[in-house]
Design a binder for this molecule. Sequence first.
Ligand code: ADP
Length: 151
Amino acid sequence: MRRAIFPGSFDPLTLGHSDIITRAINLFDEVVVAIGINASKKYMFSLEERQQFIQKAFKNEPKVKVVTYQGLTVDFCKEIEANFILRGLRNPADFEFEKAIAHTNRTLSKIETVFLLTSAQTSFISSSIVRDVIRNNGDYTILVPDTVRVK
Ligand code: ADP
């Protein structure tokens, strides 16, 4: 069973994330979208909202599971028997950052990190940009799946 975990904050899920998840479905038997809980981070959307956005977006996709986790990603991978960590790459800054994390994870465990390059249409989108657009009353709906809406 090729199980990959796609870890992140997903505050909120964007079209960039959903592009990576959709493409990963063809590569793995199961894609576990794992929302990391970081007590020291302030989020715009609650954990439940973030979870719901993803669950609803992929409700017709049995290969996609949504979970939350605390602690090290590699420990959680062992717990759920995931052999791959999936990450998206948008630009050189992402690459440098991700490289250090992937090396660390590979040192701590035998888990492989698999990178997918973003599609050109969504490569500029980030959750932080979406949050900025929301805060300033812009039309964020063109940057996120239909299931992501501000109450
Ligand atoms: P984190 O706080 O771990 O960076 P994010 O929710 O921001 O969590 O991102 C989770 C993953 O999704 C990361 O691998 C990130 O590179 C990837 N990602 C974010 N935005 C995009 C995008 N527009 N296209 C492809 N991948 C993306």
